[in-house]
Design a protein around this ligand. Structure first.
Ligand code: NAP
Ligand code: SF4
Length: 677
């Protein structure tokens, strides 16, 4: 008897049956645009081998004007179709099913050629779209149908018509973006016309025995979004127009409410999908922040959906389903919803990957093969870099000894996991712990490795991490001045007013730690209130009329940096705005362009303005230093003196380079080194 009976149950679609209730949601990886179709095929084949019931590709443009950016991939030529056939054949060889998403970006297209129902620019785009005329609309519909027919020709098992997240079809549905007065605007019947016409024509183009998924925006989270009655009406019409499955979309890209970031509670929006259950006869899929088999099983068991969609979890672990099915759920590398290597890469034009699995989208290049000559390898430091190196080396058959000075593994991850909204980091540490237990690694906790003790190894990997930078501010020796390590790791108490020196990732983390009494991520109702999310049955688009209602801050915090300009500029591309908004909601004062003069019993004395001529005292019970970090290289230097053959000493993670260090770089560097050593 499986632990996940609902998740692993087949799903009968009438003309075909999916082997389980797991859908790998669409992700833009950037692989198609590399032109290396073997690489694209291997990405999907590895996930098909991992047991997922149905996969959806990244969005393919139905035409040039609908591409998310100029040159976005689509099925435009016979060569495109042949390339996609490579993908579908590899997936089918592995026993998988795959549908191609057709994504028309409408006004979100990053191009002056973008088109939309009305000429209204999106707040997240520099381009005002061209308003389509009747012939233009007909062309878009025809292009959807052509793309679907070509998808079938390329061997896909289905298509997903992207109707949510504020893209083209969604733009027709709501008055927020559709101000037309012809038969495509005005009444809801008119605004729905495009979605339904697209679906009818797609169904007509592909025949009856082909999966057609419609991704429906169940809660827009923008002003003048859909009412719940409209959502239900659309769902019923979508079924009549020929869809085989309804997938859930949550929030438009321009919404100012987080929908997938790590601070969003797990399964935070499945209650919305549940409202649609029983209203239509076709399967309904729930989505967003579902990242473990337990959560997915619960979503299905509680009747919130017929199927679950997970996207990023398949970057973190392509074998998610097989591991769940074979009683190895603890081995599933967890997606911590950080966006650092997936969406942040996508939005900066880089190929996606995954913080916890650097092989994601690099399957053909980062290969972990058995070592030709097994070696005795010492790894010093069990933070993310050392753990990644040790586990990879062990997988390859090396004899690994892992030394850690602390009594626990995890390094800096153990501080990250304490930040409200970063609870997922605990799962990552747990996963590392479990993988260590089932490895052959000799783990030595509470041991400070000396250079002498390391001389007998064939190779030494130094992953000793970082230590806080000393900013050298007069008065910083006073007892009320603390470092982030004192506050986070050692639990040093702090008063009601706190000044934080340094507004990098750690300064922001410490500020969130100090203003949040309890984490809203652990309490769905509190989180919904904090961000102003309402039941769409009560409020159009799911926006609470009273707006965000954050709990009062636990402390009065001032966050400072020396640089001028916006604080938090170096935070994640897709998550920085959430951290800034959270601190703003909690009344945190953000000060740029500060010169630190001294700290005393009154607080922190700073100079402001160009020459620091404006003097200010920031009253503070405590001052917390978050002034960056420097490499911890003492051991490496000793080793350099003792071991003559320096080639066998390798520096990774923060010990190698402290600037802009994060777990993504640390894990990637650890794995890449151990893959070739
Ligand atoms: P960081 O991002 O480099 O920030 C260091 C901060 O200290 C800056 O605000 C810097 O601003 C200030 N600073 C530098 N030298 C100083 C000095 N001598 N005196 C006073 N202030 C000084 O480093 P971090 O905050 O320690 O974070 C470490 C790494 O972890 C970063 O790469 C970060 O991206 C990552 N991280 C990310 C997140 C996240 O994305 N949420 C969270 C945690 C950590 P000024 O020079 O302008 O004063
Ligand atoms: Fe998940 Fe982070 Fe990996 Fe993206 S980078 S898949 S959010 S763990």
């Amino acid at each position: 008897m499986t632990c996940y009976p609902h998740l692993l149950a087949p799903l009968d679609l009438g003309f075909t049956t999916l082997k389980n209730r797991v859908l790998m949601g669409s992700m833009h990886t950037g692989l198609e645009e590399t032109g290396d179709w073997n690489r694209v095929a291997e990405f999907y084949a590895e996930r098909a081998r991992g047991g997922v019931g149905l996969m959806v590709t990244g969005g393919m443009a139905p035409n040039r004007e609908g591409g998310v950016f100029p040159g976005a991939a689509g099925l435009f030529t016979a060569e495109d179709i042949a390339n996609h056939r490579l993908v579908t054949e590899r997936v089918h060889e592995e026993g998988g099913r795959i549908a191609m998403q057709i994504l028309h970006a409408g006004r979100y297209a990053y191009s002056p050629e973008c088109v939309a129902p009305s000429a209204i620019r999106s707040p997240i785009s520099p381009f005002t779209p061209k308003e389509l005329d009747e012939a233009g609309i007909e062309k878009q519909i025809a292009d959807f149908a052509t793309a679907a027919a070509r998808a079938r020709e390329a061997g896909y098992d289905g298509v997903e018509v992207m109707g949510s997240e504020g893209y083209f079809i969604n733009q027709f549905l709501v008055t927020h973006t559709n101000r037309r007065t012809d038969r495509w605007g005005g009444s809801y019947e008119n605004r729905m016309r495009l979605a339904l016409e697209v679906l009818r024509r797609v169904r007509g183009a592909v025949g009856e025995d082909f999966i057609v998924i419609y991704r429906l925006s169940m809660i827009d989270l923008v002003p003048d979004g859909s009412t719940w009655d409209e959502v239900v009406q659309l769902a019923r019409e979508v079924e009549r127009a020929g869809a085989s499955i309804i997938n859930t979309g949550i929030g438009w890209h321009e919404a100012r409410i987080p929908t997938i970031a790590t601070s969003v509670p797990r399964a935070a929006f499945t209650w919305v999908t549940k409202k649609l259950m029983g209203q239509v006869g076709i399967p309904v899929v729930a989505s967003n922040r579902i990242n473990t088999p337990e959560v997915a099983e619960r979503v299905l068991a509680e009747g919130c959906a017929d199927m679950v969609s997970m996207a990023r979890p398949f970057l973190a672990d392509p074998e998610f389903v097989n591991k769940a099915a074979s009683g190895r759920a603890k081995e599933i590398a967890p997606c911590i919803a950080c966006n650092q290597a997936c969406l942040d890469h996508t939005f900066s034009g880089r190929i996606s990957s995954c913080l916890v699995n650097p092989r994601a989208c690099h399957e053909t290049e980062l290969v972990i093969a058995p070592a030709e000559t097994p070696k005795r390898i010492a790894v010093v430091g069990a933070g993310p870099a050392g753990l990644s190196a040790a586990l990879t080396a062990d997988t390859r058959g090396h004899a690994v000894t892992l030394f850690e000075r602390a009594d626990e593994i995890g390094g800096q991850l153990n501080m990250a996991r304490l930040i409200p909204g970063k609870e997922e980091f605990s799962g990552l540490v747990e996963w590392f712990r479990h993988m260590l237990e089932r490895s052959n690694i000799d783990l030595r906790l509470g041991i400070e490795a000396t250079a002498e003790a390391l001389t007998g190894f064939d190779a030494v990997i130094v992953a000793t991490g970082v230590r806080p930078r000393d900013p050298g501010i007069p008065g910083q020796e006073a007892p009320h001045v603390l470092s982030y390590v004192d506050v986070l790791r050692d639990g040093a108490p702090t008063g009601r007013t706190v000044a934080i020196i340094g507004a990098g990732g750690i300064g922001f983390d410490v500020a969130e730690f100090l203003v949040e009494e309890t984490s809203p991520t652990e309490n769905l109702q509190a989180w919904l209130e904090e961000w102003g999310v309402a039941d769409p049955q009560q409020a159009r688009g799911g926006l609470a009329p009273e707006g965000p209602q954050p709990a009062p801050p636990a402390r009065q915090v001032t966050l400072l940096q020396r640089r001028s300009g916006k604080l938090g500029r170096g935070l994640g591309k897709t998550t920085g705005w959430i951290h800034r908004a959270t601190l703003r909601m909690k009344g945190v004062q953000m000060i740029a362009g500060a010169t630190y003069e001294r700290i005393d019993a009154e607080g922190l004395h700073v100079g402001l303005g160009d020459g620091g001529e404006e003097r200010r005292t920031i009253a503070a019970d405590n001052v917390v230093l978050c002034a960056g970090q420097v490499s911890e290289r003492r051991l490496a230097e000793q080793l350099g003196q003792i071991i003559q053959e320096k080639a066998c000493v390798h520096l990774i993670g923060g010990a190698d380079e402290a600037a802009e260090l994060d777990a993504k770089r640390a894990i990637d560097q650890g794995m890449r080194l151990a893959a070739r050593i």
